[in-house]
Write a protein of this length. Structure first.
Lengths: 461, 174
């Protein structure tokens, strides 16, 4: 069978040029189509109630290939097994799914992908089933088909196909996992995204810090700077093409914008003042940052192309860590103007500054969720804990239990929070961790060295 | 940012470079003279020529003042009496060498978040700078830089280590 011909993908080295994962129309399976979500007698929905529900059992057998063909990323039959692994890890790590044991995942043939053996799969305990296949197209690209089934109702829930260059094979897996995840949870997708962070090594008195970028599951890791200067707090631009961060190069702590494709960077704020804590606006036109003048730190805004900073705060306290609401109308930030660090919200023009944190202890590093419904923060009270609260300061919930858990960043769908955890003592180190916004599924992110200051990038199209 | 280590000699007197040193210096000393060399001529060996310390050098500063470091209470940038005495000692030395420029580094302990600590370190460096300026050191001679919690000198996670890390360090620029 032939599928609709799609654009030939750009020959992409995945980091240099952001290749697109094109979708492909998949033919329906032989199983009846399930009723779309939201209607009565609707299909299976995964319950997400405060983390109390048990993860949904799911079967994800290795994907067969129409024909074993050698590609730049390996043979298509091997890719089929690896793709199932990428999807399995994504869904398991979300904390909402429990993959069926691999010894129960029997081999599936290509015809079976559209005519599942529901009777067999129901014996594995799986409630839902993900089947797919890999096909090498004649033009060098790969097509990955992805079907989701309700095992008990014996219905097809959704299907989607993805056309990728071999170098981007993992993205097809993440897109399939996102298709499954969004269909079952009603949440937005987040698996096809990248994280930029500070890779750390060396002794505590003199950490070697390098900017690094990787897929959200730790794959395709690459260093961006060489460690000769301290680098801190990198954040993605909304268009994913560049990173804004702070560097001590030439012993002048300053903010730079680094273009991921070219590796070139430019100084954003001119002058010899200490500038730090940068963050892009949601439309990418501005960068919020902090600047220290004569011992007092305030929040400023500057055009992303440079120019004159516009001052937004002017309290005698330390005002720093600004983060925009997703609609760009408001900014959450931290200030010690009351005597200790607390969280404040203001309009994007600096007016209407008001405090929203009133629990015990101090509050720092606020970050607005891309969904707009929550603000994540670091709570300081003996230990550091990552927590969330509503934008009015209510519904506060502390999520983590390390000694120093700090610096939250949101997944693109506003569901998962990545942060860094530091351990005590002279041999203490920092590592990246993530946790669901309900507090479940706390896990360490695999990185080649230690890490801190993670920033989760937007979903890749 | 590790400070260059120097081999300070126990001798307290400043000795004019006059070819009296026991070791062969890395560079030939200027011809014997009654006057000490100007403070700005800094040989590569960081202010020392053989066994002598060059006046106005970073090595001279460190061995002359009561301390190059003042400390702070948690979350504070106040200059306490002990810090005042240290800064007074620094100001006196800086008055003797009016062409010497300094950088004051502000540091924090690990119990603060990343960005706040950068700001607090800057506050501490500026508190020291303002004090020195009030003691007659021209503000244009004083640079400041904050390292936040990035460069601790004490590595434990205990009160004693944290107290050592809450500091402002005065460094002579050479």
């Amino acid at each position: 069978m032939r599928f609709a011909t799609l654009w030939k993908l750009m020959a992409a080295f995945a980091f240099a040029t952001p290749a697109l994962a094109q979708t492909a129309t998949m033919p329906p399976s032989s199983a009846p189509q399930a009723t779309p979500p939201g209607q009565t007698n609707g299909p299976l929905q995964v319950e997400i109630t405060g983390g109390a529900g048990a993860p949904t059992p799911i079967a994800i057998p290795p994907m067969p290939t129409t024909q074993a063909v050698s590609t730049a990323a390996g043979s298509t039959d091997v890719l089929g097994e690896k793709l199932a692994g990428v999807i399995t890890d994504d869904l398991r790590n979300s904390g909402l799914f429990s993959p069926v044991a691999s010894n129960l995942l029997r081999r599936v043939t290509v015809p079976e992908v559209t005519a599942p053996a529901f009777d067999y799969w129901s014996t594995t305990g799986a409630q839902v089933l993900v089947e797919g296949y890999v096909r090498a197209n004649g033009d060098g690209t790969l097509t990955v088909g992805c079907y989701l089934y309700d095992v008990y109702a014996k219905t097809e829930l959704t299907r989607q196909g993805f056309v990728v260059s071999p170098a981007d094979w993992r993205r097809a897996g993440h897109k399939c996992a996102d298709t499954v995840y969004t269909r079952l949870t009603g949440e937005g997708p987040y698996f096809d995204s990248r994280v930029v962070y500070v890779s750390e090594t060396g002794p505590k008195a003199h950490r070697i810090k390098r900017l690094a970028i990787m897929d959200q599951d730790g794959a395709n890791h690459r260093f961006l700077t060489n460690g000769q200067s301290i680098v801190l707090t990198p954040r993605f631009a909304p268009n994913r093409q560049s990173i804004v961060y702070m560097s001590y190069v030439n012993k002048q702590p300053s903010i730079y914008i680094y273009d991921i494709g070219s590796g070139q960077q430019r100084l954003l704020v001119r002058g010899d003042r200490l500038t730090f804590a940068p963050r892009f606006s949601p439309d990418g036109r501005y960068v919020l940052f902090s600047m220290a003048v004569a011992g007092n730190t305030d929040i400023y805004r500057i055009s992303a192309s440079g120019g004159s900073p516009q001052r937004l705060t002017s309290s005698p306290g330390i005002d720093t860590g600004g983060s925009y609401s997703p609609d760009g109308s408001r900014i959450v930030f931290e200030s010690d103007r009351s005597g200790a660090q607390q969280i404040y919200v203001m309009n994007a023009d600096g007016s209407g500054q008001h405090r929203i944190s009133f629990g015990g202890g101090r509050y720092a590093t606020p970050v607005w969720s891309p969904k707009g419904d929550l603000i994540a923060f670091t709570h300081i009270g003996g230990t550091f804990q990552v927590g969330v609260m509503s934008p009015d300061g209510g519904n506060e919930k502390l999520l983590t239990h390390g000694w120093q858990d700090e610096g939250p960043t949101w997944s693109p769908n506003g569901r998962v929070i990545m942060f860094f955890r530091t351990t005590q003592g002279g041999r203490g180190t920092s590592d990246l961790w993530s946790v669901d916004k309900t507090g479940v599924a706390e896990r360490k992110i695999p990185t080649p060295l230690d890490g801190s200051d993670p920033a989760w990038g937007p979903l890749r199209p | 940012m590790a400070k260059l280590k120097t081999t300070l000699i126990a001798a307290t007197a400043l000795i004019a470079v006059a070819g009296c040193s026991k070791k062969r210096p890395a560079e030939l000393p200027p011809p014997p003279s009654e006057t000490p060399p100007p403070a700005q001529t800094m040989p590569e060996n960081n202010g020392t020529v053989g066994n002598t310390v060059v006046p106005g050098s970073a090595a001279d500063f460190r061995q002359s003042v009561s301390s190059d470091t003042i400390h702070f209470a948690t979350d504070q940038s106040d200059i306490d009496p002990e810090a005042r005495a240290i800064l007074d000692s620094q100001a006196q030395w800086l008055a003797k060498y009016p062409n010497v420029r300094i950088t004051i580094e502000g540091h924090c302990d690990e119990r603060g978040t990343r960005e706040y600590n950068l700001a607090l370190g800057d506050r501490r460096a500026n508190a020291a700078k303002n004090y020195l300026a009030a003691r007659g050191v021209d503000a244009s001679r004083i640079n400041t830089i904050s390292y936040g919690k990035e460069r601790p000198i004490a590595l434990g996670s205990d009160e004693a280590s944290w107290a050592q890390n809450r500091r402002a360090v005065t460094v002579v620029i050479e």
